[in-house]
Design a binder for this molecule. Structure first.
Ligand code: ARG
Length: 463
């Protein structure tokens, strides 16, 4: 140990500590594909513009292929002494091809290089997440179509409110994921500008063609301000915000799965594949996957908060602080990917207990609103008065411990003499949901048409 002040972890003193805090290669090697793609586009452009010779360009491209092959096959030795992925790749290139390697870094800096790599990585990862969100939408909409008429209690304040259908409930999440995906689309369009060629911060005096590199890397165009190009990480923050909102949606669904699988609710059964047992209580089937989806949302949201705090005090342009954008982002987006995969598996495999749901839907006088609406419609009663009359009828039924539909006509007339037997047509949970035919309502015909609309759209996207 070299210094008592900075603890026992460091064998060789301050230099080792500097290397440990400074080096990023342990995590930014994740960016190697993007880094090599960026270098390929850059050197081809340099050759086109006559900044490097065709021969040097060919040697560099060949060398980059060899480096890529070494990394891909696990032979590549990343070393912390070379700090980050950019310098690891370039240093290996110079070992492999010699002098021409030194020309690759003409008219660029690690600042525009890392900004480009990160944009490519975030963009490609968002595309993959979008496909996973679509797959989850698909299994939800398929289940919803199957259960468009399966009645369950709808809740407000987690108190039985009005009957809804299970399909309707699942379709709510299809809508949420639809908005998550539209956020991906918006953010993708905004981030799809290429920082390469901004160089360290001020641009370059070499006659580069930034439009060519942007095009080669499938960006829409180059970024328009070199200072902004190297110092902005708002595209990462947007990706993390989208991921956080989506994670929050998944966490809510996960929480519902946790509730629904309790014996007290008993609405669904998860497959064995997505449940686990207890080591001491043989009766238990725990919804661990759902609990972990719920919990992992914390990591995703944490990464967003962390990067906002990292960025908020940075003067322009680049500062090493920005190196801290990576670990949290890699972790958050791969965590979201796992959450989406687990949720898709759980939904695809789960078995709803439609009998239990229906029984619960009828409990707690969930059709009281239907009764009040009937009084308004059939007796032309003002809604406030109907609310009052219904409350008295609920009181009567509750005193006898029977459902509203079990009250006799004469019982009902003791509260409101104008009630006639037409009232029985709206009492009962199936009748209740069937009557909610307003656009976006819970009536099975509405749920079916929404599920159909989504399924057509999603299947078309997959072709
Ligand atoms: N590893 C660095 C990062 O991720 C690359 C950029 C380094 N630039 C610099 N001027 N030191 O931010």
């Amino acid at each position: 140990m070299s210094n008592a002040m900075w603890g026992g972890r460091f064998e060789s003193g301050p230099a080792a500590i500097m290397e440990e805090i400074n080096a990023s290669v342990e995590f930014d090697q994740t960016l190697w594909r993007q880094d090599i793609a960026g270098s390929r586009a850059h050197v081809k452009m340099l050759a086109q513009q006559g900044i490097v010779t065709e021969a040097d360009c060919a040697a560099i491209l060949k060398g980059l292929d060899a480096v890529a092959h070494e990394i891909e096959s696990g032979q590549f030795q990343f070393t912390r002494a070379l700090e980050d992925v950019h310098m690891n790749v370039e240093s290996r290139l110079s070992v492999l091809i010699g002098a021409p390697a030194g020309r690759l870094h003409t008219a660029r800096s690690r600042n525009d290089q890392v900004a480009t790599d990160m944009r490519l990585w975030v963009r490609d990862t968002l595309d993959e997440l979008d496909a996973q969100m679509r797959n989850l939408q698909l299994v939800l909409a398929e289940k919803a179509q199957e259960h468009a008429a399966s009645v369950m209690p709808g809740f407000t304040h987690l108190q039985s409110a009005q009957p809804v259908t299970f399909g309707h409930h699942l379709m709510a999440y299809v809508e949420m994921l639809g908005r998550d995906r539209s956020r991906v689309k918006d953010a993708r369009a905004r981030m799809n500008e290429c920082p390469l060629g901004a160089a360290a911060l001020a641009g370059t005096s070499f006659p580069i063609d930034r439009f060519a590199t942007a095009k080669a890397l499938s960006f829409d165009h180059p970024t328009a301000n070199s200072l902004d190009s190297v110092s902005d990480r708002d595209f990462v923050l947007e990706a993390l915000s989208i991921a956080s909102i989506c994670a929050m949606h998944l966490s809510r669904l996960a929480e519902e799965i946790v509730l629904w699988t309790t014996p007290q609710f008993g609405f669904i059964r998860l497959s064995d594949a997505f449940s686990s047992g207890s080591s001491i209580m043989p009766q238990k089937r725990n919804p661990d996957a759902a609990e972990l989806v719920r919990a992992k949302s914390g990591r995703v949201i944490g990464a967003l908060t962390a990067l906002l705090v990292v960025m908020k005090g940075l003067p322009m342009a680049y500062a090493k602080d920005m190196q801290e954008d990576k670990e949290g982002t890699f972790d958050a987006l791969s965590t979201l990917s796992l959450m989406l995969a687990a949720m898709t598996g759980m939904i695809a495999d789960m078995t709803p207990d439609t009998k239990a749901m229906k029984k619960a839907a009828g409990a707690g006088y969930a059709t009281a609103t239907d009764l009040a609406d009937w009084l308004v419609r059939s007796l032309n009663m003002p809604f406030r008065e109907a609310h009052h009359v219904t409350a008295r009828l609920v009181g009567l039924a509750s005193a006898r411990m029977i459902g509203l539909e079990k009250l006799s006509l004469s019982d009902m007339r003791s509260v409101e003499p104008r009630i006639h037997d037409g009232v029985f047509a709206v009492l009962g949970v199936d009748k209740s949901v069937k009557s909610r035919t307003s656009y976006g309502g819970t009536a099975p015909q509405q749920v079916r048409s929404q599920a159909r609309r989504w399924l057509t759209k999603l299947r078309k996207e997959m072709r």
